[in-house]
Write a protein that binds this ligand. Sequence first.
Ligand code: SF4
Length: 471
Amino acid sequence: MKREINEECGVFGIYSATNQDVAGVVYTGLYALQHRGQESCGIAVCSGGRIGLHKDVGLVGEVFTQKALDTINQGKMAIGHVRYGTTGSNDRDNAQPILTKHPACTMALVHNGNLVNALVLRRELESKGAIFNTTSDTEMISHIIAGCCIKYGDTEKAVEKAMEILEGAYSIILMFCDRIIAIRDKRGFRPLCYGKTPSGDYIIASESCALDSVNAYHIRDILPGEMVIFDENGVRSNTTHCNQSTPSPCIFEYIYFARPDSVLEGKSVQQARINAGKFLAMEHPVEADIVIGVPDSGIDGAIGYAARSGIPYGIGFIKNKYIGRTFIAPVQSAREQMVRIKLNPITRTVKGKRVVMIDDSIVRGTTMAYIVGLLRDAGAIEIHVRITSPPFLHPCYYGTDIDSAGKLIASNHSIEEICKIIGADSLGYLNKDYLPLLISDDIDHPICRACFDGNYPTALYGGESKDKFEC
Ligand code: SF4
């Protein structure tokens, strides 16, 4: 609902010892990852040394009809992708997997994240004659890995060498004709984990909720900088690039992007959100009659706030589950109309009450103003907004669409001004010092929080890549 910020991708893969309906397994896994991208999706299956591919614009359930699945379903390996693309690039060409066919390297690739040196690398490749079909940095990663395959004649060596060149955020699954290689960037910005089904198939996924969806048990997260190779000999880890940089996993995965039933780096996403609500209750207490959360990611924060404050928790909104996501609407007027259809306050819960309303973030402020208006119309006498993240002040360059500072309301207004703009009686954000404590007892626990404090864990190469390339 009301997604003003979007994760740009989710990835999923299976390596099986036997021929089976691997496309069906990936289809199920992608369904579980649909929250990470809703504009396009695709599945590639490797069978008998050939890679079949189907991808298109649309949700998983729309793109993969039974007929579409039947064209690619049998094999030992398959990978899949869900993607969110920014305006102007939500076309089929940018959908993934990206397929590369070369005598030295036939492979399919799926990617979550954004390279920060994409523009520099692309110019270099183009100057050497490379031709690109898409505006995506993922195609460029394919070029680089294929180039390394030609040079080194060995896929594992090629990927290891390519990782020396790639800078920024990438969780990638590569499918060659004899193996799958899963890699995660040196700082581990975006999540990636693997597990195993009772029948012995290995599953790789952006989030553990996708392992659950295919009845795989979670083995572990792939380490920052690690390569994990799945082939006929089993599973092998290559840690050549591990421990080269301080890890900086994205804290906003816990606050908003990931599903609450997922566990990232051994930490429950739901518990992190409950913790955020508890910290908010400590930092921004208020006298009120009820605490409610904006579905979905505000709900656990509301439960935490209620538990710490002693104010009763209530269900304040009903979300219409049978409609596409707000952000798909291309213009603001359509977006607001969609919010009206998607979210309805429960008058019985809020009428005549002093309400604490928890949400995960405020981006432009327009959606929040509308939601506060809905509560007023439903009869709430006071509305105290509490946000389970600090104010957004800086763009993200690591695979989300948190926008340029000029479009972020907190970059241009004080908290008092924002409170007035959204029409609330009070407004409180999570203190950024609490961010590491959402997932650890240690305030120095390494995380990325650059969109809140501007301390980017990598060089930005002029910051150009955000405007030029997408996941
Ligand atoms: Fe996550 Fe923000 Fe860092 Fe982007 S800048 S990776 S959204 S914490």
